[in-house]
Design a protein around this ligand. Structure first.
Ligand code: NAD
Length: 478
């Protein structure tokens, strides 16, 4: 390694940008807050616009050579990165807990998942396909690399979101400029430093901003594609910036995922699964359960059970092994969550939690809200907080209509004892991924993407790899 990011004496230098094969001090620095304390725990490099330009120029210069490198060699580079990363999972997980607030066990799972994803992409291949072979013609479909990719990520799962983008982009022969969210830049910078020793200069660059460079990066003339994960509002801006250059985009955006609980479930068995799906990472998961529809015959029992379970959740600093739920990741999200709590108190009945916790950091009590109207903000918007609205339905068709009555369409779950009936309901939900009697099962070979305003394009698997390519048809007359 060229730098030791564990160094704390000169922290401004420890987490550097990666530009053209070098670890570079930022033109400015950025304070990173631990959300469990609300206090700065690390400082890292922050790029100027000129440094962003240098990163793009380096990626552009490296592109022809990397694109010509045989895919087997590109795959070997990813495997070497995975091998080194595998030796440092704990270090990454601890850093992730400190910057994101998530419980250490969840951070470890994120790192193990990231490693598996790196290895899975390294195994994939891109082959020419002969579409037609006759006496007079040979038509071949090639998947060519696009050029320089901008990868822009959100703060909830920085490493997961990164490994959905960087390995397929590089395997396909592209070069990349990565920009993590300003409140969680550290794991991405550490990963950038790790990769820097194992890739040719310019192939992978990492810059950090304070929400000021994402737009400029997305609209830059030398960026061929923007692979973006974030909110729907920002995703729309990315799409608009990309329009000028008819750039390719993959947009992984927000969700307001419904869970439909059918009237034949055993509440004691299902309630813990619903609550876990809603409170995972303090509700800050694009695919978290965000609205729970329960049949009137089970409504009382489900509300009581969810409330009871929510009161038992151990909330605290993610580094404490007893912690089951950490803080919200940043102050803005913490303040937004309190607006949803106000809305919940006004328009519904809070039966567990309901308050910000009286301690340092950005902690919200695990909250369950019943008897709330579909028109309340907590139900209509993406709360991204540990606040679960439970909604009553009488008629199943009406529950499906209400579940679909949203601009979002990322994920959904259906819970029922009769598998055929539950699957029939699943088929009617307008979402990119619908689970029946399970949640967050995301196999690496299965493509993942949003319907409606939850996204465009897919990530993961062969389809996710080919999103980083241009289809080229070579039609040869014989
Ligand atoms: P955000 O949209 O505020 O920011 C995402 C990223 O975009 C950050 O890196 C930010 O700096 C950058 N950015 C800001 N302005 C930009 C601009 N004009 N152009 C380009 N980039 C810009 O989102 P967030 O608050 O960081 O993340 C939470 C959101 O992400 C939630 O809506 C969540 O559902 C969504 N998300 C979606 C998925 C998915 O796979 N669908 C996964 C995780 C999170």
């Amino acid at each position: 390694m060229n730098a030791n990011p564990k160094v704390v004496g000169d922290v401004a230098q420890a987490f550097k940008l990666v530009i053209d094969g070098k670890l570079v001090a930022g033109a400015q620095s950025l304070d990173v807050v631990n959300p469990a304390t609300g206090k700065t725990f690390m400082t890292c490099a922050r790029a100027s616009q000129a440094q962003m330009e240098q990163a793009i120029a380096a990626a552009k210069a490296a592109f022809p050579g990397w694109a010509k490198t045989p895919i087997a060699e590109r795959s070997t580079a990813l495997t070497k990165i995975a091998d080194v990363f595998a030796t440092r999972l704990d270090e990454f997980a601890r850093l992730s807990t400190q910057e994101s607030g998530k419980p250490l066990a969840l951070a470890v799972r994120e790192m193990k998942g990231a490693l598996a994803s790196l290895r899975a992409f390294a195994q994939l291949d891109i082959q020419d396909r002969v579409l037609k072979e006759t006496e007079s013609a040979r038509i071949v479909q090639k998947q060519a690399p696009l050029g320089v990719i901008a990868a822009i990520t959100a703060w909830n799962y920085p490493m997961t979101l990164l490994v959905n983008k960087m390995p397929p982009a590089l395997l396909a022969g592209n070069t990349i400029v990565i920009k993590p969210a300003p409140t969680t830049p550290l794991t991405t910078l550490l990963f950038g430093a790790l990769c820097n020793d194992l890739l040719p200069p310019g192939v992978m660059n990492v810059i950090v901003d304070q929400n000021d460079l994402g737009g400029l990066l997305a609209q830059h003339a030398d960026i061929a594609k923007v692979a973006f994960t974030g909110s729907t509002a920002t995703g729309k801006k990315v799409m608009a910036s990309a329009a000028t250059g008819v750039k390719r985009v993959t947009l992984e955006l927000g969700g307001n995922d419904p869970a439909i609980v059918l009237d034949d479930v055993d509440i004691k068995t299902i309630a813990p699964k619903i609550l876990a799906g809603a409170l995972v990472n303090a509700g800050q998961v694009c695919l978290a359960i965000k609205r729970v529809f329960v049949h009137e015959s089970q409504y009382e029992a489900m509300c009581d059970e969810l409330a009871e379970l929510a009161k038992q959740v151990v909330v605290g600093d993610g580094l404490d092994h007893h912690t089951q739920m950490g803080p919200l990741q940043n102050k803005m999200q913490f303040e937004k969550a309190q607006e949803y709590l106000d809305d919940a108190r006004k328009h519904g009945k809070v039966i567990a939690g309901g308050k910000a916790m009286q301690r340092d950091g950005y902690f919200i009590e695990p909250t369950v809200v019943r008897d709330i109207a579909d028109s309340a903000r907590l139900v209509r918007e993406e709360q991204f907080a540990p606040i679960v609205p439970v909604l009553k339905y009488t008629d199943l068709a009406d529950a499906i209509r209400r579940a679909n009555d949203t601009d979002y369409g990322l994920g959904a779950t259906v819970w029922g004892a009769d598998l055929k009936r539950a699957s029939d309901v699943a088929m009617q939900l307008e979402a990119g991924t619908v689970w029946v009697n399970k949640h967050l099962d995301l196999p690496l070979e299965v493509p993942f993407g949003g319907a409606k305003q939850s996204g465009l394009g897919v990530e993961k698997g062969q389809a996710g790899l080919e999103e980083f390519t241009q289809t080229r048809i070579i039609n040869i007359g014989k």
